[in-house]
Design a protein. Structure first.
Length: 286
């Protein structure tokens, strides 16, 4: 299964105008990976807009857990076509039920006032770090059988965590995490493809950052986690087959919810995208 390609997952079958179907990957989680639904929903919306329009933001809600063993149907509604901006609403459907909503805004690129206040942190370069996949391959005997069987499906994204974080033995840490990431395979020059693959990867490690000050990880059986909503803004063109640094932090958790925000930089320190997410963080036992 080493030849699994993320671009194939994000290439949808057109059923009719505004209606698309995507395959599903079982990554070994309790439910369908949220990044898959976001990447496919964005890909569906991209197919309905005029050439030259580029997605600059999307906002979405996860309504029901998805089934990783079945495909997902995407129904795209044209909300508005303006001279500069246009908006699409995407409904993800499984088994006749809506499991997810996304609203995407597109724009014709134009010149405007520009500044960047956020600075990329000074961290080790990715070539000096071990791949996260290598870490998991070295501890196969400690992983759940379901995760071991599906490990190959995580390989299309090469992720390298800057901090030493052991999910098997979590410690109390600041709610911050830095991860270098890129696609394992080369992508085309189509910016749409880079956006959909980054949307997919933006869900990795995100909400679990809010567990770090509590000395917990996703491996803890005493916590249930699920994404409630997720938003992403694309600031400038980028390539996701080159390294991007995903800087995540959690400013708050409470009321069984955790909030996380992220900034994504290219290797030159340019801010290419920003993210926000809130999710369920419920303790179910000691």
């Amino acid at each position: 299964m080493n030849d699994i390609k993320l671009t194939e997952l994000l290439t949808l079958e057109k059923l009719e105008e505004g209606l698309y179907r995507g395959l599903s990957w079982d990554l070994g989680f309790r439910a369908l990976f949220g990044g898959q639904v976001m990447g496919q929903a964005l890909a569906a919306a991209q197919q309905t807009v005029e050439a030259g329009r580029v997605a600059h933001s999307y906002h979405c809600y996860f309504l029901l857990p998805g089934d990783a063993h079945n495909p997902v149907v995407y129904d795209v509604e044209n909300m508005r076509d303006g001279r500069s901006f246009c908006t699409r609403r995407v409904k993800a459907i499984q088994g006749g039920k809506t499991i997810f909503f996304m609203t995407v805004s597109f724009q014709f690129p134009e010149q405007g006032l520009s500044h960047q206040h956020g600075e990329m942190p000074n961290v080790p370069q990715p070539d000096s770090l071990q791949s996260d996949m290598r870490y998991y391959e070295n501890v196969l005997d400690k992983l759940p059988a379901s995760m071991v069987e599906k490990l190959a499906y995580h390989k299309p994204i090469d992720m390298r965590t800057v901090q030493a974080i052991n999910p098997m033995a979590p410690q109390v840490m600041e709610p911050m995490r830095y991860v270098w990431m890129k696609t394992s395979s080369a992508l085309s020059d189509d910016l749409n493809q880079h956006q959909t693959t980054l949307a997919y990867a933006s869900d990795y490690y995100f909400l679990v950052t809010a567990l770090q000050p509590h000395g917990m990880s996703i491996m803890n059986r005493g916590v249930r986690m699920a994404t409630i909503d997720h938003a992403m803004w694309f600031h400038r063109p980028f390539r996701f087959d080159d390294w991007l640094l995903y800087c995540m932090e959690s400013p708050f958790s409470g009321n069984a919810r955790g909030l996380v925000r992220g900034q994504i930089f290219n290797r030159e320190g340019q801010l290419v995208a920003s993210t926000m997410q809130e999710g369920l963080m419920r303790k179910v036992g000691d």
